[in-house]
Design a protein around this ligand. Sequence first.
Ligand code: UDP
Length: 339
Amino acid sequence: MKTVLVSGGAGYIGSHVTVELVQSGYNVVVADNFSNCDRTCFEGVQKILGRELPLEVVDFCDAAASDALFAKYHIDAVIHFAAFKAVGESVADPLKYYGNNLESFVNVISAARAHGCNNILFSSSATVYGETDKLPVTEQSERQPATSPYGNTKQICEDILRDCVKAYEGIHGIALRYFNPIGAHPSALIGELPRGVPANLVPYITQTAIGKRECLSIFGNDYPTPDGTCLRDYIDIVDLAKAHVAAVTRMVDGRMKLDYEIFNVGTGKPVSVMELVTTFEKVNNLKLNYRIAPRRPGDVTAIWADTAVGEKELGWKATRTLDETLASAWAWEKKLAGK
Ligand code: UDP
């Protein structure tokens, strides 16, 4: 049995990935410093799996602690999620982002390397593509200059991984570029738990529907798109988690074609903000309070994935429908509210 270390494994994406890895036959060590999440999702993961998992409370900015973790377990692959992720906060406090997101990744790679763990998977983002009119974006599409320190940390971490793979014999790296992950596990035992006012669309929608927020603002309806609202590629969280299992398996089975590979993780289908809102209303049989607001600075008009490379190389494809995903997001919100 292979062992995978999931850094940031108690967070939104990490918890769903942990479930899919264990259900696919991997040993998983979850590591998190709980700086941006509580124990809810980790406990939910154990409930879904019906057993306890090893949990290490570690801050990967602590190089000695990172090293000790790799010394304690025999780790075959590491998936690195542990990072800050709020775009606005990164603009207000760039040093917090550069300090944490870069240092933790450098420490993870160094510790992995020191202990013979040669497989490193990095959690990247479609934000690295920036604004482009060549849609859908392929893995070969040029990256645009980052528009926030957060986005810049994703680009720099990709470069760190690429350079380490090139320099250090034996190391393999995969960067997965996520589009817009949404939804929750069908059990409603794990899901997204934003702290404070959600910056992302779907948690804002579910919190408005439950009455925690008064009204959803739709940021701009004058974009050059069919209905004037922005287009995004919303990828179901369980589908996204399964892409990680496919990527890790490709690595540990020695099936990579290049030592450093990049894959888009999306559905390949653009959905507008307005479509997302009306689909949420339809599948959950409710009316959402919303208004049209000015554009949000920094938003790109449209972005969605070309998924051909992932389908061919990973044998992975998104399968859950938008209806199912939005029903799962609502089930999770209701569960949180005790309804
Ligand atoms: N959005 C919105 N209202 C909100 C939050 C987001 O209209 O309260 C829009 C946003 O302008 C973008 C889309 O929803 O077009 C997705 O935004 P999100 O922040 O979820 O992800 P992003 O694509 O920015 O990473």
